[in-house]
Design a protein around this ligand. Sequence first.
Ligand SMILES: [Zn+2]
Length: 235
Amino acid sequence: MASRVLYLLVLGAWIAALWLGLDYAAKEKQPPAAVPTTQVTWGDFFAANILPSLPVADEFDTPLRPPDGDGVVISLPFLEDEHLGEDWTTAKGDAALGEPVYSVADGWVSVAHDYENAFGKVVFICYRLPEGRYPPYVEMMYAQLNSLEVTSGQFVKRGQRIGTVGNANGTYKAHLHWEVRWVVGKGVGPGFDTNREGWLGPSEFLSAHRGDRFKSPLLPKVLDKTQRDGWGNDD
Ligand SMILES: [Zn+2]
């Protein structure tokens, strides 16, 4: 009699466990109560969640030879041949290889990555401009670097080394290709394009936002086409 009761108890417990288990499994498979119906863009996410915690970039220096870029030349200007950035260098041929590249202001490294293509090693840094300035923030791309000295997600100070000038594994003569975008998350982009929506002229941006820190002459010398022979650029 006792063993029969025990048998029924064990059987009952087994059935209960099976039933609870099935019930739990069914609940696991139910869809979530609220299914998102819209995608959050990186730009919206950045503006809402990251931008407020960034330092305010109210002073800007040059990315080569800061603070004033002494001895720097622009070997391919913004928008020439639909160039979406500027090529900066300090010497002919590959003599600028390894020249340090610096963050132009206090900011936040959104990406530091070796793309293993014509852009090579690239650092993207987001900068938050002071209240009332336009645009409210920019993302800069420092491309074709020979080395990366920062990592994604890191905060940097104005004048902090972020890498060195490269030549994209011999694709070009050494120079820095850098871009300024008022849209974040564009990635490396095309480099050259008829559509310049989202891009700003790097020198123009520096001169507009640097304020009192600029000394004369304000910007690096631009080499015209007849002077560029032997100088590193994207051509
Ligand atoms: Zn370029």
